[in-house]
Ligand binder design. Structure first.
Ligand SMILES: Nc1ncnc2c1ncn2[C@@H]1O[C@H](COP(=O)(O)OP(=O)(O)OP(=O)(O)O)[C@@H](O)[C@H]1O
Length: 242
């Protein structure tokens, strides 16, 4: 997906990136998890973040979401627009019906919420309780809840990690379609190299606290090029940045 430049529905300056992080550090006691990390995500750009377990992906996402006040760094974190976060589990409130979960905290948003549910394929399920939905359907509700807030930045922490392969593949198609309709910038944390190549415009590999490898992905990627990128990313995940 090409980075989108003509955003409507936002007060942001078009040339401003969705995220800019400069020289970010995060320590837990003696342990340095993020160190001198730099990152810029353009408006409407879809970026996937790979890294070994424990490399700091969720730590970075939490920092970008403003959920971690103990990060340090010279330039800090700039997220000029609205952001939404989607986690591995949908985190729906079980005592609220689906539509009420989607519009929670928003005023006069029921029509908008109903439209968002239709967009994620859940028309007619507005009055269902979360526990009446499958895991994939609950994740769709979580996406609708994000959409209805019209974020310029969507942070997604392994949103499809708990889903079976077929449901995950369907969610890939859905997410791409939603991005083409709404143009948020996305930072998707994933363990899945193929998911990253399928979805992202650009893939980053986090290693030793910073972005060690960056790989752009063409929209019309050939199978041979895909295999080449896959090999490079797998090597990078092992810590070799050749
Ligand atoms: N609140 C905390 N206190 C102490 N250490 C923490 C805390 N949060 C994260 N860490 C440590 O920071 C490191 C990075 O954790 P993080 O969850 O960001 O990794 P990750 O790349 O998302 O891993 P995974 O792919 O397994 O989810 C880990 O070593 C973890 O133990």
């Amino acid at each position: 997906m090409a980075p989108h430049t003509g955003l409507v529905n936002t007060g942001l300056i078009d040339t401003e990136p969705a995220v800019r992080v400069r020289d970010l550090d995060r320590r837990f006691g003696e342990r340095s998890v993020l160190s001198g990390l730099n990152l810029t995500i353009g408006r409407g750009e879809f970026v996937a973040l790979l890294g070994q377990s424990g490399s700091g992906k969720s730590t970075l996402l939490r920092a970008l979401a403003g959920l971690d006040h103990d990060v340090t760094g010279e330039g800090g974190i700039e997220v000029p627009g609205k952001l939404s976060v989607v986690f591995q589990d949908a985190r729906l409130l079980p005592w609220l019906r689906v539509l009420d979960n989607v519009v929670l905290g928003l005023r006069d948003a029921r029509a908008h919420g109903t439209r968002a549910l239709a967009e994620v394929g859940l028309a007619g399920r507005e009055k269902a309780w979360p526990n009446e939905l499958s895991g994939g359907e609950q994740q769709r509700v979580a996406l609708a809840r994000s959409l209805v807030r019209e974020p310029e930045l969507l942070l997604a922490d392994e949103p499809f990690g708990a889903l079976d392969a077929l449901t995950r593949a369907k969610m890939h198609v859905l997410l791409r379609n939603l991005c083409e309709a709404h143009h948020p910038a996305v930072l998707l944390v994933t363990h899945d190299v193929d998911e990253a190549i399928t979805l992202a415009d650009r893939i980053l590999v986090l290693h030793k606290g910073h972005v060690a490898v960056e790989q752009t992905v063409d929209a019309d990627i050939t199978p041979a090029r895909r295999a080449e990128i896959r090999a490079r990313l797998l090597t990078a995940l092992d810590g070799d940045t050749a």
